[in-house]
Design a binder for this molecule. Structure first.
Ligand SMILES: [Zn+2]
Length: 102
């Protein structure tokens, strides 16, 4: 049994035998394991991965908010142009109506 643990510790120290991303926490043994291959993972590395993932999400959210603001402005501009075009059309139709009356 000790050998198995040593092997897992070896995996942990080398850190390159587990390519998987899903981990589970065993709160009683106070260890973090790979869900797929059972490799014992360095809890610090797992926390670091999670923090970096959160950073990526935060950056992505900021980028999406800016994109959303830009699209909102585009929509407002398109609505303004549509209102102008409709008003121009109404004016043209009233002019046509008046000229045909005369
Ligand atoms: Zn794994």
């Amino acid at each position: 049994m000790g050998d198995v643990i040593d092997q897992k510790v070896f995996k942990l120290k080398r850190g390159k035998y587990c390519p998987h991303t899903q981990s589970s926490v065993d709160r009683y043994q106070r260890i973090v394991e790979c869900v797929k291959c059972g490799a014992l993972l360095d809890p610090f590395d797992v926390v670091l991965d999670l923090a970096q993932e959160e950073d990526r999400y935060t950056t992505s959210i900021q980028r999406l908010r800016k994109e959303n603001e830009r699209l909102d402005k585009d929509i407002q501009e398109l609505k303004r142009q549509e209102r102008n075009a409709k008003a121009r059309l109404r004016r043209l139709r009233t002019k046509e109506g008046k000229s045909s009356d005369a």
